[in-house]
Design a protein around this ligand. Sequence first.
Ligand SMILES: Cc1cc2nc3c(=O)[nH]c(=O)nc-3n(C[C@H](O)[C@H](O)[C@H](O)COP(=O)(O)OP(=O)(O)OC[C@H]3O[C@@H](n4cnc5c(N)ncnc54)[C@H](O)[C@@H]3O)c2cc1C
Length: 386
Amino acid sequence: MDFALSDEQKMIMETARAFVEAELYPYEDEVERTGEVRPDLAEQIRSKSLEVGLYAANIPEEFGGGGLDNLTMAMLDRELGKANYGLHYTVARPSNILQACDPEQAERYFYPCVRGEKIDCIAMTEPGAGSDLKSMRTSAVQDGDDWILNGEKHFISHADLADFAIVFAASGVEESDRGPRKKITSFFVDKGTPGFEVRKGYNSVSHRGYHNCILTFNDCRLPASQVLGEPHTGFDVANEWLGATRLQVAGTCLGRADRALALALDWAVNRKQFNQQISKFQGVSFKFADMQMELKSAELLTYEAAWKCDQGAMTDMDAAMAKLKTTEMLAMVTDQAIQIYGGMGLMDELPLERLWRDARVERIWEGTSEIQRHIISRSLLRPLGG
Ligand SMILES: Cc1cc2nc3c(=O)[nH]c(=O)nc-3n(C[C@H](O)[C@H](O)[C@H](O)COP(=O)(O)OP(=O)(O)OC[C@H]3O[C@@H](n4cnc5c(N)ncnc54)[C@H](O)[C@@H]3O)c2cc1C
C-alpha cells in the first residue's frame, strides 16, 4: 500500500487551494448575505477556472476535460469543498452521465458543457418519490416517434442556471421477481421546450446561493433523439455514471471538516479563559483528538473507495460507506468546532455557522444516511440469505 500523494496530485491540490483563497473566499460573505451568486461573478469564476484547468476536471481528456481520476477528483473536491457551495459549483464539473450521450447528443450537450458554454442538471426526485425513486409518477408516453412527458420534479439543484435537464420518467411497467416494476427512461429537456417550466423551489438552511427548483412537465413533447441511452434503461445509465457522485459529496465534506477543524484549533490556542489557553483544558483538547480521528477515518474510506472506483472495483457498499462516514463526521466536527468557539461560533462573523448549516443537507441528498445504511447492511446480509 502506498499512501503518498503523487507530484501531480500535490500540484492540483495547491492550485485548487490558491484558487479557492483568491477567487472564492472573497465573495463568500456577499453570497451568504444575498443568497445569490451574481451572474457576472459566476462568469468571472467560470472563465478563471477554465483558464487554470479546474473546470470539467472530471471529464476524460479525449473529450476536452481535465482527465483526472476519481482519487484525484476527491482531493480536488476536498479543496473546492471548503468554499460556499454556490461559488464552488461555479468552478463546476459537468455530470459524468453526459458521457452516455450518442455522438449527435454529445455535440449538442456534452461538449458545450465541457467548454463551460452550457450547464446541466439532473431531475429525479419528486414530491412523492424521494428515496423510493422507482415510485416516480412523472410519465413518458410514446406517441409515434415522440415521447410526451407529464409530471413534476422538486428539489432540483441549480435548475435555475441550467440550460437543460436530464429528466427521469416512468415509461412503462415490467414484471420482476418482486412483482410489477416501473421502467424508467432518461431524457434531455431543453429550457424553452413547450410544456416544460422551471420555477423557484424552497429556501434551504444549507448552501445559500445554490438554489433548488421545481420542474413541471405538461404534455411536453420530445423527439426520440432526446432519449439519453436506450429507452427504459434510465436507472442503468444512472447507476453506470452517477456512482461517483457520492464520492464527490464525500470529498467536499472532507474539505469542510478541514476548514472547521483549522478554525477551531486556531481559536483554542488563542482564546484564554481562567488565565490560560482553552486548548489546555482537557475538555477542549480531547475534542480535537476525536475530530481528527473521525476526519482521518472518513478520509481513508473516501480515498480507498475512489481508488477502487478507478480500478473498476468500487462496490455500492464502498461508495455508501464513504458517503455515510464523511457526512456524519462533518456533522460532528462542525458541531464540536462551534462548541469550542462558544457563542462566537454561532455568529455569522465567521464561516463556522455556515459550515455547520451546510453540513446538514449532506446527510440527506445523494441518498439519506438511512439509505446508505440500508445499502451497507444489505450487501452484508443478502449473500447469507438475510
Ligand atoms: C437541497 C437539495 C438538493 C437536491 N438536489 C437534487 C437534484 O439535483 N436532483 C434530484 O433528483 N434530487 C435532488 N435532491 C433530492 C434528494 O436526493 C432527496 O431529498 C433524498 O433522496 C431524500 O428524499 P426525500 O427528501 O423525499 O426524503 P424521503 O425519501 O421521504 O425520506 C424521509 C425519511 O425516511 C427515511 N427513509 C426512506 N426510505 C427508507 C428506507 N427504505 N429505510 C430507512 N429509512 C428510510 C429517510 O432516510 C428519511 O429519513 C435534493 C435534495 C435537497 C434537500
